[in-house]
Design a protein around this ligand. Structure first.
Ligand code: CDP
Length: 560
């Protein structure tokens, strides 16, 4: 991989990236630009001319962008619009291969699949026929991983999976270790489903208590395996079962035991969910949050996402049925860090925490209002009577915060609720070359302020060191600027968790976020973070210790 070269004066690189993404993923035959894409999508989703204009404006302005499957497939022969699915896996050959087929059909259309493998009997137990022995959940995940590898060749984007195992399963330790070797199960994220009873034992330090009487595994042994895995390469993730099920709006339909690949949508078996995100960066006007604009956008977005449920082309009838019963949608936000930068607020500040909570409160409040209005117009979701909602509403759950990995690039804003990873980094082009990306709000702040040569030196500094916190010349970066321009690795893990918790307080479903830790973080820090996250009411979390994995999507001076 050749060294990237700085090209001062050639822009911040965002335009190159956006053009590549449009071309490789979203443009369909006869389409040339984003407006063309928006016209196709708005036309497919609107049910009246007024809605068409409304949806077109939302998308063209990029104040609201639906998730990738919707942009790729709306108005095409595929017609599959959802990003998130949960598929049950039962313990027989027929059912296993049925699940595998359903997953393949979903992934072909750009959707992601989550599975809880806990119904699969442990490795080495007798098979149903009595001949031979079962191979256990880990072997099955390998099979599903291989299937995704094959399906990749058919789709426009790499399929993603979430593999979940309950912490009470006999095979939980081999499961936790399943991704320890670099490159193993690369199409899967894995997560352990943990109940409050386990976390309580950890919190109280009862590490010697036997957790699984059959295997004899102690609380401390399993917890250490999890911590070790995270410390080594960021896996497994954790999902908090009781917290997730406290927000189960339709408990009569069963417990929730799985999520989609990035964790933002806990779903019942065979449910799917379509996502879309409000670009918070565009909600700031003249240095202030335009709350009316936020509320109005959230309402329109709910109408957009709710319409999708009725025109969606579902991969199998079971998914159509389960999704139709609850009509869940996932309205989220992106560009949170950009919003803070525009308001002059550091990511790690009390103001940012307060704002996070208020934003999500307003988004969810407006979403609920619109869903009630739609219920009056078109009816409630069919299982409304079986839900915990007390007033008629059209969607069992409305809000979730997705990673927005691709759509945030398209919208030109920071991803989801993540802090900016670095103000400067390099990115591989689809053609194989590389180019530099400079964060536009960083550029807008520093470029006019500094002489050209100092600005270029500042870029190089950040590119090599990953931070501007160690710059000593106040003429280049002063103390205020250091506070404002802290990026993901300058922010401590507690703040990462606090921000996630603030958003979670008013979010129906879940949140996708990475809790970054510095390379020097100790295993003890990871253990503490898991307990803290549980106590703060997160539904799950992913921790990533810098440079613990060789191949990472965003990197500073490492190959991408
Ligand atoms: O930005 P974009 O709409 O492309 O997607 P995202 O917000 O990064 O991811 C949203 C969801 O899409 C994930 O949680 C997965 O369920 C699914 N996904 C997938 O199946 N395959 C991918 N390569 C990326 C996302």
């Amino acid at each position: 991989m050749g060294e990237a070269v700085f090209m001062p004066g050639t822009g911040n690189g965002l335009d190159i990236l956006e053009a590549e993404i449009l071309k490789s993923r979203y443009l369909r035959e006869g389409e040339e630009d984003w407006e063309d894409v928006c016209e196709r999508v708005a036309k497919a989703i609107a049910s009246t001319p007024e809605e068409y204009v409304e949806f077109l404006n939302l998308m063209v302005s990029k104040i609201f962008v639906p998730s990738s499957p919707t942009i790729m497939n709306a108005g095409t022969v595929s017609g599959q619009l959802s990003a998130c699915f949960v598929i049950p896996v039962e313990d027989s050959i027929e059912e296993i291969f049925d699940s595998l087929k359903t997953a393949a059909l979903i992934q072909k259309t750009g959707g992601g699949t989550g599975f809880n493998f806990s119904n699969i009997r442990p490795d080495g137990s007798p098979s149903v026929s009595g001949v031979g022995t079962a191979s256990g959940p880990v072997a099955l995940i390998r099979l599903f991983n291989e299937a995704t590898e094959i399906v990749k060749q058919f789709g426009r984007r790499r399929g993603a999976n979430m593999g979940i195992l309950d912490i009470s399963h006999d095979d939980v330790n081999p499961f936790i270790r399943a991704k320890r070797e670099e490159g193993k199960l690369s199409n899967f994220n894995i997560s352990v489903m943990v109940p409050d009873s386990f976390m309580r034992l950890v919190e109280q330090g009862n590490m010697d208590e036997i957790w699984n009487a059959k295997t004899g595994a102690k609380v401390g042994e399993i917890f250490s395996e999890i911590v070790e895995g995270i410390w080594r390469n960021g896996e497994p993730g954790i999902l908090f079962y009781d917290r997730i099920n406290r927000d189960n709006f339709t408990p009569a339909l069963g417990d929730i035991s799985a999520t989609n690949p990035c964790g933002e949508e806990p779903l019942l078996p065979f449910e799917s969910c379509n996502l879309g995100s409000i670009n918070l960066s565009l909600i700031v006007e003249d240095g202030k949050v335009n709350w009316d604009s936020l509320r109005e956008t959230a309402g329109k977005a709910v109408r957009f996402l709710d319409n999708e449920i009725d025109i969606n082309v579902y991969p199998v009838p079971e998914i159509e049925e389960a999704t139709g019963k609850t009509r869940k949608i996932g309205l989220g936000i992106m560009g949170f860090h950009d919003m803070l930068l525009k308001l002059g607020l550091p990511y790690d500040s009390t103001e940012a925490l307060g704002l996070a909570e208020k934003i999500m409160e307003q988004v969810t409040y407006s979403a609920v209002r619109m869903s009630r209005k739609l219920a009056a117009e078109k009816g409630t979701f069919p299982e409304y009577e079986n839900s915990i909602w007390e007033l008629p509403i059209r969607n069992a759950t409305l809000t979730a915060i997705a990673p927005t990995g691709t759509i945030s690039i398209l919208a030109g804003c920071s991803a989801g609720i993540e802090p900016v990873f670095s103000w400067v980094y390099r990115r591989a082009r689809i053609t194989g070359n590389e180019f530099m990306l400079v964060h536009p709000l960083f550029e807008a702040h520093f470029k006019p302020k500094l002489p050209e040569s100092s600005y270029d030196r500042l870029l190089e500094h950040i590119y090599t060191r990953g931070t501007l916190q160690d710059i000593t010349d106040p003429e280049i970066v002063d103390e205020e600027e250091k506070k404002l321009f802290r990026s993901a690795l300058d922010i401590d893990w507690k703040t990462h968790i606090d921000i996630q918790a603030a958003f979670q307080r008013h979010c129906h479903a879940g949140i996708s976020k990475t809790i970054n830790m510095p390379q020097k973080a100790r295993k003890d820090d990871i253990g503490k973070a898991l307990v803290y996250a549980w106590m703060q009411g997160l539904k799950g979390l992913t921790i990533y210790r810098t440079e613990s994995r060789q191949r990472v999507v965003l990197s500073l001076k490492s190959p991408v």
